[in-house]
Design a protein around this ligand. Structure first.
Ligand code: NAP
Length: 459
């Protein structure tokens, strides 16, 4: 196992890293020092004479060449902004984010000879860089530890304790285990979770999962566990199918669950149980991704990115969204971000009107699709989802050249997709939304950008 320390300059990575390495009896490496040795010059000189892009190239090479086991590494402050570096750093590692308040960082690095990255006074630069880098730090870390009020020895002691005893404190572990004992779990997952949490011969240390009611049919566990093993991440992904989201979230806190995919019917309700909600999720009114770091639960929405990605070449088009539920809200938000002219069509006009007024777009009845003659049609209703074999639209509603995106993905070839294909439309199956939203979700939870082709292959 490797131990990686990340965080802004002045958070104590080098001092803490040396103490951790000494107490574990393994070597310590600082990526900045590796770069200086490789270049034969100090970092300020590299910035001055070769520029920041050259420094980042050297950093990428240094990170890619790190030993794979038995070492403590302090990574440069900006290293995790590059998802490729994150994939290298996370392989076979536990990543600790050391954090400290802005004022502490400013006072600790006040006398440094490092060149400015922004050309602004030090205190402004620190505040700005911490703000910009914070999401990348949180994504790349398994655990967050504050170094502001504690000594380097205490922080190092906490890291060593977590390595020996596991990250979950004994008192919360017991209540979390009680929750797990009381819920139905997929075959084999109960014993895997128990051995991870009790540190009984399982090298994995972290838990992720999907929560919904129902959610045991989900493809997410198979996909995520394959991704964890491809990227060498010590995580296990399971399915928490339970009717009370408040209890799932309490257990997620108790067990230090790193990431949760949230599905029907909890995408709205879960928002009331989180500590932070990202701007897009708040605007859509739904969270499908929860990430935990340092006891703080943050909510995101990646559904809208799953709708947006396959339609990016249709900026400005006229579009209709069928349905006025949660997936429709994410779809409308995605289409508006592409400057499309959006009309919501739903069987209950008052529901369509309500959603349309939230987003400042138009609403109409399902029957008006022929008058609108849209370039893009997005089905955000469950019509056509197995065992249903019907389509909301008929052949006469569709025109050659239209783009028809059915968010339903079981089966991949829905009745609407078949009909649209026969009508000469460009078709986008719901698996595309699943692939893109899962890719973004994995990025939130791990900081790793999975190649689209890999997700496609695994799905
Ligand atoms: P939801 O909140 O329950 O909303 C469903 C919407 O569909 C409501 O407006 C509902 O109208 C309407 N509807 C249901 N049955 C209908 C029917 N027979 N005729 C006309 N309208 C009907 O569900 P959701 O969370 O938005 O999810 C909708 C679908 O999106 C899901 O079934 C799923 O297949 C798909 N989805 C796919 C992905 C993916 O990754 N591909 C992700 C999320 C969702 P009422 O309000 O009148 O009932």
């Amino acid at each position: 196992m490797r131990i990686i320390l990340i965080g802004f300059r002045g958070t104590g990575k080098t001092t803490v890293g040396r103490i951790v390495a000494r107490s574990l009896g393994i070597p310590f490496l600082d990526t900045d020092q590796l770069i200086e040795e490789g270049a034969g010059m100090k970092i300020p000189a590299i910035f001055r004479e070769k520029g920041e892009p050259a420094f980042r190239d050297m950093e990428r090479q240094a990170i890619a060449s790190l030993p794979e086991d038995g070492i403590v590494v302090s990574a440069g402050g900006g290293a995790v902004l590059d998802p490729g570096n994150v994939a290298h750093l996370r392989r076979g590692s536990l990543v600790f984010l050391l954090g400290a308040g802005e004022e502490t960082v400013i006072s600790r690095i006040g006398g440094s000879d490092r060149p400015s990255l922004t050309g602004r006074p030090l205190s402004d630069e620190v505040r700005e860089l911490i703000r910009v880098r914070k999401p990348a730090y949180l994504r790349a870390a398994d655990f967050c530890i504050s170094t502001g009020e504690t000594s380097a020895e205490e922080v190092a002691g906490e890291i060593v304790r977590m390595l020996h005893e596991g990250p979950v404190p004994p008192n919360t572990k017991e209540s979390g285990l009680k929750f797990i004992d009381g819920i139905p779990l997929p075959d084999g997952d109960r014993s895997a979770l128990s051995s991870i949490l009790r540190k009984a011969g399982d090298s994995r240390v972290g838990i992720c999962g999907i929560t919904g009611y129902p959610c045991s049919h989900s493809r997410s566990p198979a996909l995520w566990n394959q991704l964890f093993s491809r990227y060498g991440l010590p995580y296990f992904y399971t399915s928490f199918e339970w009717p009370a989201i408040a209890e799932v979230i309490r257990a997620a806190r108790d067990l230090g669950v790193r990431g949760l995919s949230v599905t029907i019917p909890f995408k709205e309700e879960v928002m009331g149980h989180l500590d932070e909600i990202d701007e897009d999720a708040r605007a859509i009114g739904a969270v499908n991704t929860v990430v935990q770091c340092g006891g703080v639960l943050s909510g995101f929405n990646t559904d809208w990115l799953g709708v947006r990605a396959p339609l990016e070449d249709l900026r400005g088009a006229g579009a209709v969204v069928l349905g006025a539920g949660g997936a429709a809200a994410a779809a409308v938000y995605a289409l508006l971000s592409l400057e499309m002219k959006v009309t919501i069509l739903a069987r209950r006009p008052e529901k369509a009107e309500r959603l349309a007024s939230r987003f400042g777009c138009r609403a109409a009845s399902l029957s008006s699709i022929r008058d609108l003659s849209p370039e893009v049609v997005v089905n955000a209703t469950p019509v056509g989802m197995l065992p249903d074999r019907s389509s909301l639209l008929t052949r006469e509603d569709l025109e050659e050249g239209m783009t028809v995106f059915d968010l339903v993905y079981t089966p991949p070839e829905t009745p609407l997709i078949s009909l649209a294909r026969r009508a000469g439309c460009r078709v986008i199956p719901g698996t595309e939304m699943f692939i893109h939203q899962a890719r973004e979700q994995f990025m939130h939870v791990t900081g790793i950008q999975v190649a689209e082709s890999l997700i496609r292959e695994l799905v």
